[in-house]
Design a protein around this ligand. Structure first.
Ligand code: NZQ
Ligand code: ZN
Length: 389
């Protein structure tokens, strides 16, 4: 196990009705805030009314910025930065999914600097300060409600890039499982797949003596496999949503990668796909992960065998470990299909061939590799995308 430091400062307010108390949380930081949200689901569901009533009750004033799109755009981030500076806002309250939260994090970093926040996404410098952020989560998926990450798409060149910084851990996040009841089935499927992906990115590691976190990751994957059909069948199953929502947060709040080094190549490759084609991140991961696994299988067959047997209940065959490993991958693909997602690029209706371009962008023109379990150069990323075709 590797040395590590771990601190996750995000206060979680979990359970029914917490959105009605969000005003008091916000007021602890500022009485003049940016209320940030997406394309309208929070208005249809009535969440907007409950949150704004709570802000009013706590004496908090706000400026609104809605319209965050899935794969959140840099241009809206710039608008948010301008509003924060003009109105001297002291906190950003993100009400929505990963896209809204990621956009809020970008605004939080941009509001305290003179230059363009996009530079951080290009790796030019690192943030030294940020406005505080609070969230009301409406979809278990990205884990941004308690993560150091933000992923933004620059419409100029359709480049989707990430920043990781402890400065943008949300100060608090409201997790009310009831808020997920209104999710369309497709978004449920994408969310579950993203959570699975966050667990698998961490699971496939070269670090040894990490059996404790292996077991935690396996247990979380099994929990998802068990619960996903329940919420798809009954979208109002509060008990199932509760566990799934909490699993989504813990999958990405950095607890489960303590002492180990995750891979993250599949995420980097997927970000090229959703950057160019504007597809849902989870749908892209359902395509990339099986192909990545087939590509790297022989790097550590034992790890794949352990995963197949423990997570997917594949019967052990000591004389044919490769078959055991491949059976696990097949079961994972069947699981994604059962959620209604495809596992090939063609299923995303991607027909034109921009595979070489994506492999090039992903590896900075072959100047860097992606992934840690196996380091992938441009040719390897291209092969994975070809496998996914
Ligand atoms: O915009 P609205 O109208 O709210 O609709 C959203 C959106 O269309 C809808 N939705 C959300 N909650 C709903 C709802 N509809 C009905 N009822 C509800 N309760 O769902 C759609 C997708 O929302 P989005 O926020 O895009 O989903 P998600 O949470 O999956 O976020 C995806 C983004 O997060 C990034 C992804 O790359 C992608 O851009 N990620 C962020 C990470 C992080 N910050 O740590 C890590 C992840 O790996 C991921 O890369
Ligand atoms: Zn993800």
């Amino acid at each position: 196990m590797k040395n590590f430091q771990f601190q996750n400062p995000t206060r979680i307010l979990f359970g029914r009705g917490y959105e009605e108390k969000v005003g008091a949380q916000v007021a602890g930081y500022s009485k003049n805030v940016l209320l940030h949200f997406g394309g309208g689901s929070i208005k249809t569901s009535g969440l907007y009314d409950r949150v704004t009533a709570s802000l009013k009750k706590a004496g908090v004033e706000w400026v609104e910025l809605g319209g965050v799109k899935p794969n959140p755009r840099l241009s809206l981030v710039h608008e948010g930065v301008k509003l924060c500076k003009e109105h001297k806002l002291g906190l950003i309250l993100a009400v929505g999914g990963g896209s809204v939260i990621d956009s809020a994090k970008a605004i939080a970093m941009g509001a305290v600097i003179e230059g363009d926040v996009w530079d951080f996404y290009l790796g030019k410098g690192a943030p030294v300060d940020a406005l505080p952020i609070g969230t009301v989560l409406t979809i278990p998926a990205a884990g941004s409600e308690a993560s150091t990450g933000t992923v933004i798409t620059n419409e100029e060149g359709w480049l989707k890039r990430a920043v990781n910084s402890e400065l943008i851990y949300p100060r608090f996040s409201v997790l009310n499982p009831e808020l997920a009841f209104s999710l369309p089935k497709f978004q449920v499927a994408c969310g579950v797949t993203d959570i699975m992906a966050h667990l698998m990115e961490r699971y496939f590691t070269n670090i040894t003596h990490v059996s404790f976190t292996d077991r935690l990751l396996e247990a979380t994957m099994k929990t998802l496999i068990n619960l996903a059909p329940k919420v798809l069948e009954n979208p109002q199953d509060y008990d199932a949503w509760s566990e799934l929502m909490w699993a989504g947060t813990v999958a990405h709040n950095n607890l489960l990668d303590t002492g180990r080094v995750g891979d993250w190549a599949s995420h980097d490759i997927e970000h090229e796909i959703s950057g160019i084609y504007d597809i849902a991140h989870g749908a892209g991961l359902a395509v990339v992960f099986p192909a990545w696994m087939k590509h790297v299988l022989h790097h550590d067959l034992n790890r794949f065998v352990q995963w197949s047997v423990r997570v997917w209940n594949v019967e052990m065959d000591v004389f044919n470990p490769e078959a055991v490993a491949r059976a696990g991958i097949e079961k994972m693909e069947a699981f994604f299909h059962s959620l209604g997602l495809g596992t090939q690029l063609a299923d995303l209706e991607i027909k034109d061939d921009r595979i070489t371009e994506m492999a090039d962008k992903c590896t900075g023109g072959n100047t860097r590799t992606v992934g840690n379990f196996v380091k992938l150069d441009r040719a390897a990323v291209r092969e994975i995308l070809l496998l996914a075709q």
